[in-house]
Structure formats: C-alpha cells, structure tokens
Design a protein around this ligand. Structure first.
Ligand code: GDP
Length: 366
C-alpha cells in the first residue's frame, strides 16, 4: 500500500514503531489488584441496612466454592438468621415458554405496588450444562430489572442440584435480612428442581398453558400435586376459550388427588401475563392462602419441616463430598469400577471394599 509517510517529500508527522513493552510491568500488580475479602460483620451491617451491593457481594460468597469465601458466607448467614423469616416465599414453575419471565415481571410490579421489596431468585438445573443460567436473568424481566426495590439474581451454577438449591435457600436468608418481604424462586417445570424449590417456599405456583388437546399430558403428576395454585397463562384473544376449558380440566383432575396436608384446596385460575389480565385475582388467591395457613398453623409447621429437611440435606451433601473428593477414595473407585465393568467383581463387594477403606480411616486426610 502506498502510504503518504513513505514519500521522500513528506514532512508531516510520522509514527514510529516504539519500544515493545514487557508483558507485566509490575509483577505484584495482579496480587495488589485482588479485592480484599470483606469481613462478615461488614457484610452483615450492609445487608441489615438493605444495601443491594453488599447483598450481591454476600450472595457471591454464598455461591463461591472457595473455602475462605464459604467461611465468611456461613458466618454472615448465621448472623442474618435472627433477622430472616419475615417474607412470603413463593415458588414459580412452568415449562419453558409458559411465560414465567413475562408473568414474574407483572406479578412483581403488582406486589411492589403495595410497597415492600422483592427478590427474584432461581434454581436452574440446566445451568451447569449451559455454563450460565437463563432463569432469573435481568434481561428477561425488563420492568423489574430497573425497579429500585427489586433484586434479581440468576441461579447459582456450580454443583449438584442439591448444592445449587442449598445456596438459593441460604440466599433467601440474606435477602430477608435485607428487608425483602416477597421472595420469588423460579424454576423450570421439567425435572426434579421443583422438589427442591417446594422445600423452600410457602406457596408453589404452577404456570400452565392451554394446549390443543389433552391438557394434562406432559405434566408430571408430582408437580401438580405440589402446586398450591395452578394458573393458566395466555388467556387472551382467541385463546380464552381454550384456557377456560383447560381450567375446567385441571379443576376436575385436582379432585382426584388426595387432600393436601395444609387443608388448602388448590385453585385454578386463568390470566394473561402479557396483556396483564387477571393479575390481581392471582394475588388475591395467594393472599387467601397465606391467611389460611397462618390461621391453621400450617405455615409455621411447614417452615419447621423445611428447616429440618435442609439440615439433613446439608449433612448428606457434605458427607458425599467428603467421600467423593478424597483422592485415595477416587483412585480406589476408578479401580473397582473397572473390575465391576469387566465382571471380575460384584457391585456389592466392590462398594464394600471402598467403604471399608474409607471408614478404616487409612485414607489421606484433607
Ligand atoms: P418463560 O420461558 O416461561 O420465561 O416464558 P416467557 O415469559 O419468555 O414467554 C414466552 C413467550 O410467550 C414470549 O414470546 C411471550 O411474549 C409470550 N407470552 C407470555 N405471556 C403471554 C400471555 O399472557 N399472552 C400471550 N399471548 N403471550 C404471552
């Protein structure tokens, strides 16, 4: 290419190639740039003041796998516990496309109309695979994302479903201590994650769509049985009749289920998240539920049972992690697995070998 600078007559400014810089100017730079870990009491102070940035930082520590972060996080949770519990915890589930994000956006604005604060959390079992969570993403909830009293947090992405769910449960404690009096926990209605969500919420809302024929097809019976309310979305335009038909079908299907332990009879309603129709009615149902279970004592009982459930879940999870993360156990497992696969040892004796070794205490400590 003919650059004007290459002309012998050229008298303007020229650009020299300069001196190559070493890749790192200051070898200590990286170390110095690292953010110092805030102390548990600093975090708790910020959380109790309702500071959203501090809350976010604390949640990041809860989600972290680093033992240092976990130590601070556990201390923060412990200190926040006395200030937690004062919220309505609502689980929201539905298959992808059911309209969860659209609905959460309008439901959220509806509850915030009466004041208070709302946290939207998520449990996304696919997030480990997709390396990034879709649920609870701010971009999906446009109005809430810019609301000063809404805290939106996507699903923690690392670990087993049990581990992810435990982190969400711990995050609920922090949000409540920060004054969030409505907590939505969103999940995709396709797998086991509903059980996890069900074990941490007071009310479980199932969002359904009116299909083209057999409305009950493809819905796991277990999920329907867990629901305290079934709401049929997209009851707008040409879809109203189909939604009303689906409503009748769900109602009669619910009759076949055994009575709920709460004594509450699950309701089925139609609404439109997109056109914002029937939203107050959905919330009136939820209000009725809370009034009902608070009066009959079920609310407290369920929370106690949930607390016990999470104690055992945490023990299970930590025991498993202690076993499977042990390097000697890992090596032995690989060996016994091969023997089982090549039919040279039975599954049971192979399992017993590894367990005996683990319980003998001869394995390396860590
Ligand atoms: P999600 O995957 O469950 O979070 O579902 P989305 O909220 O993303 O909604 C899926 C699609 O359904 C989007 O294209 C929405 O615009 C549409 N949608 C959501 N709610 C309604 C509704 O009430 N009526 C109609 N007609 N469309 C809706």
């Amino acid at each position: 290419m003919d650059h004007i600078e290459n002309d012998s007559e050229y008298t303007g400014l020229t650009v020299n190639s300069g001196v190559t810089q070493p890749p790192v100017v200051n070898p200590y730079m990286k170390q110095r740039r690292r953010r110092t870990l805030p102390s548990a009491s600093e975090l708790v102070e910020g959380i109790l003041k309702g500071d959203m940035t501090t809350l976010s930082r604390a949640v990041t520590l809860v989600e972290s796998l680093s033992p240092d972060h976990q130590a601070v996080a556990q201390e923060v949770i412990e200190k926040c516990l006395p200030y937690s519990g004062n919220s309505r915890r609502i689980g929201i589930t539905g298959v992808p496309g059911a309209g969860k994000s659209t609905s959460i956006d309008v439901f959220g604005l509806h509850v915030l109309r009466d004041g208070g604060k709302l946290a939207v959390l998520a449990i996304d079992p696919s997030s480990e695979r997709t390396k990034g969570s879709i649920l609870g993403d701010k971009t999906r909830m446009e109005k809430l994302a810019v609301h000063p009293d809404a805290f939106i947090r996507p699903s923690p992405s690392a670990g087993s479903l049990g581990g992810v769910a435990r982190k969400t449960r711990e995050t609920i404690v922090l949000c409540e201590a920060a004054g969030y009096d409505n907590i939505f926990v969103e999940t995709v209605g396709v797998g086991q994650s509903e059980t996890a969500v069900h074990s941490m919420v007071d009310f479980f809302l199932l969002i359904q769509l009116a299909g083209t024929g057999d409305e009950l097809q493809g819905i796991k019976r277990g999920i329907m049985e867990m629901a305290d309310g079934i709401v049929i979305n997209k009851a707008d335009g040409d879809n109203i009749d189909r939604a009303t038909l689906a409503q009748a079908q769900f109602r009669s299907a619910l009759h076949l289920f055994p009575p709920t332990t709460s004594g509450w009879i699950p309701e089925v309603l139609c609404y439109s998240g997109y056109y914002e129709l029937g939203i107050p009615e959905v919330w009136e149902m939820i209000d009725r539920y809370f009034k009902f279970v608070k009066e009959n004592g079920y609310f407290e009982r369920k929370r106690q049972q949930q607390a016990r459930y999470w104690m055992f879940e945490t023990i299970d999870e930590q025991l498993k992690a202690h076993f499977y993360n042990n390097p000697d156990v890992e090596a032995m497992l690989r060996d016994r697995e091969q023997r089982v696969l090549s039919n040279t040892q039975s599954s049971f004796t192979a399992a017993r070998d590894v367990l005996d070794f683990y319980f003998s205490g001869k394995n390396s400590k860590f």
